[in-house]
Design a protein around this ligand. Structure first.
Ligand SMILES: Cc1cc2nc3c(=O)[nH]c(=O)nc-3n(C[C@H](O)[C@H](O)[C@H](O)COP(=O)(O)OP(=O)(O)OC[C@H]3O[C@@H](n4cnc5c(N)ncnc54)[C@H](O)[C@@H]3O)c2cc1C
Length: 404
């Protein structure tokens, strides 16, 4: 069968500012951060795009490129400058995740999850170790992961069963964690565990585990539909030791820290979704111009134009919601609702756009040589992790009813 249409290559360069969408908010990005976003864009499209297809095909880990990401400072984006990071505000950070996701949704989620843990350490680590941990997290071989989910625990993190047993000088962890992004190469794991036995939320604590010990056993989870280059692992903790000073916050703060970390993480996942959506839209536009049927480019058909128009509308609305959430976080305002609005809309929008991208490509879009086939599968996870769409609606409604 002849397969026509764009394959796994970068679409025509449109220039960052043309993609920049709603400039009312985005103009608050400094010149330095615009340069950084452009550098990430060039790097991602030049270096990661082709690799991403290989990682997907082979189901191999995108962590093979971690050294480059550390070199560019992308693993310390939100770490303060005096601890070796870039101290990037949330707004440009979101645009950086979007640029990474455009070329590699797998790399984008790896950076986003690591950043979420960096943020939790910055906000909640004990004074005695905070500076040193932040410095370490921005240094190679210190990838981090967020280990909340368990085989029987997903949307309801308060139900975790992993136990933290008090021992002299610290804690020993017993239990299993599941679905851990960065779970194989990662060194530092933010583990939600039950340290008390009242059965309530105050039993939950967050412990920063160094996984380099025998009591930690890790295995890859294979067979994912999408983001196949992203490492997903399961881990058994058989008495793994965490020193007392590596508890984040106070005993009993575990759920609060989980929800706080997820608020920031959701801006990252929304941005991942916009990156996927933008890549789909660019491919849709270039294919519509080059594919001819009935003696004319399919771009001349109104049905195709409407799919392009609806996708552009979805993308701009998504980016505005992300910018709103990121600006709220940057200004120190509560942003739980804004983050859920962005995550809900952008992830659902990315799926709509990916669907349209396959449709515009016709049969060519159904073949794995065509980039949109992978993006369609990659988009699917964005409505599931870091809170499903149903959970985002629950958060938004709860915030609305609370305000009323
Ligand atoms: C590739 C991948 C990577 C992941 N990475 C991580 C990670 O790094 N760290 C981590 O801790 N977890 C991670 N997860 C887990 C992810 O966060 C969960 O899959 C997600 O939160 C949903 O949980 P669940 O799969 O157990 O579904 P469930 O919670 O069992 O939900 C099943 C269905 O029921 C619905 N539902 C549940 N509760 C309600 C409710 N109250 N109201 C309405 N509907 C509801 C859900 O929306 C969903 O449709 C990852 C998952 C995947 C697939």
């Amino acid at each position: 069968m002849m397969v026509s249409g764009p394959v796994r290559t970068a679409p025509g360069d449109q220039g960052y500012d043309k993609d920049m969408l709603a400039d009312t908010m985005s103009t608050t990005i400094s010149e330095d951060h615009r340069l950084l976003i452009n550098a990430v864009r060039d790097y991602a499209r030049g270096e990661l795009l082709q690799l991403d297809a290989k990682w997907d095909r082979e189901e191999s880990s995108c962590c093979e490129r971690l050294d480059q990401l550390y070199e560019m400072g992308l693993m310390g984006l939100r770490v303060p400058e005096d601890h070796g990071g870039l101290a990037c505000p949330m707004l440009p950070y979101a645009h950086i995740i979007r640029e990474l996701a455009y070329a590699s949704p797998a790399v984008a989620v790896s950076v986003s999850v690591h950043t979420m843990v960096c943020e939790a350490v910055k906000m909640f680590a004990q004074d005695a170790v905070r500076d040193q941990l932040q410095q370490q997290l921005a240094t190679p071989d210190n990838l981090s992961a967020f280990a909340v989910s368990e085989p029987d625990v997903g949307s309801d993190p308060a139900a975790v069963k992993t136990r933290a047993e008090k021992v002299p000088d610290g804690w020993k962890l017993h239990g299993s964690k599941f679905w851990v992004t960065n779970g194989l190469t990662g060194r530092w794991f933010s583990v939600l565990a039950r340290a008390g036995d009242t059965g309530g939320n105050k039993d939950l604590s967050m412990l920063l585990l160094d996984a380099r010990q025998d009591a930690v056993e890790r295995r890859p989870i294979h067979g994912k539909m999408g983001i196949r280059g992203s490492e997903t692992g399961e881990m058994n903790l058989d008495g793994a030791f965490v020193p007392a000073e590596h508890m984040l916050g106070e005993p009993g703060d575990g759920l609060k820290i989980t929800l706080s970390a997820l608020d920031g993480g959701r801006i990252g996942i929304a941005s991942q979704a916009v990156g996927i959506g933008q890549a789909c839209l660019d491919l849709m536009v270039s294919y519509a111009k080059e594919r001819h049927q009935f003696g004319q480019p399919i771009a001349d058909f109104q049905a195709i134009q409407w799919m392009i128009a609806d996708s552009k509308t979805d993308l701009d609305a998504s980016q505005l919601l992300i910018d709103q959430a990121a600006l709220a976080k940057d200004s120190g305002r509560p942003f739980t609702c804004e983050a859920s609005l962005a995550k809900l809309f952008a992830s659902e929008a990315a799926n709509r756009i990916a669907y349209r991208a396959v449709q515009v490509h016709g049969g060519s879009g159904y073949i794995n040589e065509c980039r949109v086939e992978q993006l369609y599968r990659d988009a699917r996870i964005t409505t599931i992790y870091e809170g499903t769409s149903e959970i985002q609606r629950h958060v938004i409604a709860r915030e609305m009813l609370k305000d009323a």
